[in-house]
Design a protein around this ligand. Structure first.
Ligand SMILES: NC(=O)c1ccc[n+]([C@@H]2O[C@H](COP(=O)([O-])OP(=O)(O)OC[C@H]3O[C@@H](n4cnc5c(N)ncnc54)[C@H](O)[C@@H]3O)[C@@H](O)[C@H]2O)c1
Length: 317
């Protein structure tokens, strides 16, 4: 039996996470061992969540139990907690304003996780992702001595899904023909789509096709902005990406997924920060940071991404 809590579940990303997690959990459960999802948000979102919970149950048609609450104490004994709470960047709002406002929200939530459910694995989704993952970690570590292995940020899984899609598009082939599409570094403008690991029908990209791959890299980097320019925001795909991480933890798959994690000396990064790296995910959270065979140039780009994050962190430290 598993319990997953989503904090910020009344929002677009949060409710999409609930819908996709419900799909996974329902497959494991039956009427005697019901898996549970707790949808948590602020009081103003309570009624909205009540309606959403009914709609999600109607959509997935399985035995998962979904309950809604505006009391964060209801996250108690969660196996996994997903944090999607926070503000998106509004008109006229600077990145720095968003950073400090969301950091304050994440801090309060992380304090409650440390208090009410200290053993949960935590997946952070709120932006700016790598910074918010760090805020969640340091807050919980101070209160309940939580280890960095239990906290992962979701950014790289989404960016890598997009990267794979764009590669298939520019090479005019099927998605199943594309493998090794992985995005590391920052979740944002400083992302590092890795080119050396990409395979088309298991073959390396030919020198004469490098320009096409560059086009896929550019499209991946601006994917979020492309959606925003239409006046929309991403929430369907982020929900799927979060569910992939939840699935890896619950089923202990030990698959490698790009997540924002505490680097711990890997990839030459010894700084006190979270950054997107390839991670083996299992029941204990971060089981290992994988040492991918990537080019020296790509390693330098990841280190530079870490430098940018280090700089950003000075704004809240
Ligand atoms: N990591 C990614 O890949 C990714 C992708 C898309 C969006 N995001 C980020 O996810 C976050 C949510 O985006 P959204 O579009 O769902 O926004 P949204 O405004 O639709 O939802 C945010 C929700 O958080 C809730 N909330 C705010 N403070 C809270 C608190 N203290 N406790 C509980 N709930 C609280 C709000 O009531 C709201 O329901 C944003 O920071 C966004 O930038 C990340």
């Amino acid at each position: 039996m598993s319990k997953i809590s989503v904090i910020g579940a009344g929002g677009r990303v949060g409710s999409s996470c609930v819908r996709n997690i419900a799909e996974i959990l329902g497959k494991n459960g039956n009427e005697n061992t019901k898996n549970t999802i707790a949808m948590i948000d602020i009081p103003q979102a309570l009624n909205l969540m009540k309606g959403m919970a009914i709609d999600i149950k109607d959509a997935v048609m399985n035995d998962v139990e979904i309950f809604v609450s505006d009391n964060r104490a209801d996250i108690i004994e969660s196996d996994i907690i997903v944090i999607t709470a926070g503000k998106p960047r509004g008109p006229g709002m600077t990145r720095e304003q968003l950073l400090s406002e969301n950091a304050a929200i994440i801090k309060v939530i992380a304090e409650d996780i440390a208090k009410f459910s200290p053993d949960s694995k935590v997946i952070v989704v709120s932006n700016p992702l790598d910074i918010m993952s760090y805020v969640a970690y340091t807050t919980m570590h101070k209160i309940s001595n939580k280890t960095s292995k239990e906290i992962m940020g979701m950014g790289g899984v989404l960016d890598s899904m997009r990267y794979r899609k764009f590669i298939a598009e520019v090479f005019n082939c099927g998605l199943k023909d594309v493998s090794g599409a992985i995005v590391l570094g920052i979740h944002g403008e400083g992302m590092v789509p890795i080119e050396s690991t990409v395979r088309l029908k298991r073959s390396k990209i030919k020198e004469e096709d490098k320009e096409k791959l560059d086009e896929a890299v550019k499209k991946t980097t601006s994917a979020g902005k492309t959606i925003a320019d239409f006046g929309a925001s991403a929430y369907f795909a982020p929900g799927v990406a979060v569910a992939k991480m939840v699935n890896a933890i619950i089923k202990d798959t030990k698959e490698i997924l790009p997540c924002s994690v505490f680097a711990n000396g890997n990839y030459g990064i010894n700084d006190d920060l979270f950054v997107g790296l390839p991670v083996r995910i299992g029941k204990d959270g971060v089981e290992e940071i994988a040492d991918l065979k990537i080019s020296d140039e790509e390693k330098v780009k990841i280190k530079s991404a870490a430098e940018i994050l280090k700089d950003n962190l000075t704004q809240i430290k």
